[in-house]
Design a protein around this ligand. Sequence first.
Ligand code: NAD
Ligand code: 0WE
Length: 258
Amino acid sequence: MIDFTGKRGLVLGVANRRSIAWAIAQKLAAGGATLAFTYQGGRIEKSVRELAESVSSPLLTECDVRSDEGVERVFSEVGEAFGGELDLLVHSVAFADARDLEGRFTDTPRDRFWLALDVSAYSLLSAARAAEPLMEAAGGGSILTMTYLGGERAVPHYNVMGVAKAALDASVRYLAWDLGQKNIRVNAVSAGPVRTLAARSIAGFPTMEAIVEERAPLHRPISAEDVGAAAAFLLSDAAQNVTATTLYVDSGFHAMGM
Ligand code: NAD
Ligand code: 0WE
């Protein structure tokens, strides 16, 4: 277990108990961190409230990352809850229109292309910008986002989400440069397929899991808990000189050529 005693964190992207964000939050809370949470939309409020209460969260608030004012409001609430300081930020948010995760990338219309990049990539910048003064006040901080190999290679059907992850991956490097000056680190975990809400609705997901298990060096499926452990490391002081990097939790699949 990693010690997060006295650390204060904000977690974006819990939808239910299967969410990768929740697996990360559990590792941080087990280490003694105090965590604030956001959720998107009233439909999932109840499930996220139950989870937040189970780790004695001092703040749960709504946030649609498409709104700059919404993101700024969340961080002002976080500042009030945590005495103007923040140590940890978990960004575990992605969305593309379901129609764009089947069929051909070529057919993605302009508005839905920008929707995917807005929610899945730009949101890291807006959150990092709002976190910066709070983390500076804390003497530094650590920001963690979730990415996928589909941003580096063409994974059939991942389509516009792959383009969004490519933008997200580059954003990690540029944010790490900007914020390094303030002792704020920015990293990503690249997870192999994990059976979450966002993944379950995807046709062919079981096939993808089977391909990873067959071809990855470790021949085993990836659990949200595995991802949580790697994320906790990057968020912790054990990674104090680690920034601008991607840690793969994919049973080694990314290293294979066949
Ligand atoms: P999930 O559905 O549990 O989490 C996705 C979250 O994004 C949800 O909480 C949802 O509410 C939130 N979200 C979507 N649109 C939003 C908006 N406009 N404003 C605010 N929040 C919004 O699924 P997950 O698999 O835990 O996904 C979390 C992250 O992990 C995503 O970035 C995803 O790309 C990444 N990831 C997932 C896998 C996988 O196989 N599940 C693999 C690699 C990376
Ligand atoms: O990032 C993801 C999934 C993100 C996601 C999922 C959905 C489903 C519901 C984004 N937007 C939506 N929109 C919805 O309406 N992953 C890494 C999991 C994933 O998704 C795939 C994958 C993998 C892996 C889609 C196609 C192919 C592979």
